[in-house]
Design a protein around this ligand. Sequence first.
Ligand SMILES: Cc1cc2nc3c(=O)[nH]c(=O)nc-3n(C[C@H](O)[C@H](O)[C@H](O)COP(=O)(O)O)c2cc1C
Length: 281
Amino acid sequence: MSEGRILGYTEKELMDMDPMVLRAIIRERTHHTIEVLIYRIMAGKMAIPPDFGDAVERLLDIWRRRGLPTDAPDIRWALNYLGMARMVRSGGTLELEAKPPEPFTEDEMKVVERLLYGRRSIRQWLPKPVPDELVRRVLYAGLIAPQGCNVGATRFIVLRDPEEWRLVQSDIPLENGVMILICQDMRIYQALGFDKRVPQNIYFDAAAAADHMLLMAHALGLGGVWLTHGEETQRRIREYFGLPETFVSRCHIFIGWPAEAPIKSARMRLEEVVVERRGEA
Ligand SMILES: Cc1cc2nc3c(=O)[nH]c(=O)nc-3n(C[C@H](O)[C@H](O)[C@H](O)COP(=O)(O)O)c2cc1C
């Protein structure tokens, strides 16, 4: 197995690293050095790299030597990919249960279109409690959203108390709902060099989570809106929750039982927004 640094980190640094950051490095390395390669390898489009799986093997070895638990879903996912990489490297074949996506049936498409075309921003809510179970489902939709390099830096804060909503700058009056802050552990992005290499992905991650959550809220009959806040809110949230400088609240959504039925805002014609190469003048 190859020695040396992983993503620029020495073994000692990885042994001393905060487990949450090390875990993100395990996810990122599994993603980049096994997941995105293995299906191409299996399709015969790519040779097996000589060090295939080595970095993840070393990281997981460090994880275990540190006595950190291996039963979390993301660590199990990494272990599974490591097993697959070893199998491919030893010349074995993999029996995969997963199948490529198939088109939805017409009936299923109706549901999808109802979700995507029916969602609209709701800015007034009924005085009716939102059960925890529904909030959980909304949060899980945010957790499962796409994220750059699978790093998992998104964190959520649920605020139910109207007094706590006042910590957060919102440009509309809020009532009768639940506020969800979409936050980020910037230590993870910094450790992986996102802040220098792909700073835009940090914002995209938060956006993808917010959008997924609003779609789930809509499917559950809840109505919600995306709201923007800035540095003053980020500071207040850090202070209130006793969180470090590296914890950043990026944006928030507010969801509840709709007390209004706004007309869905119209967009331009599709032909007007699809840009094509102009012909010769
Ligand atoms: C990045 C972003 C920021 C937004 N910020 C606000 C906001 O601060 N206040 C607000 O009332 N709505 C906000 N919205 C909701 C938009 O106004 C809304 O999505 C847009 O008008 C389209 O309407 P629809 O969501 O009903 O399709 C925001 C949406 C996005 C994507």
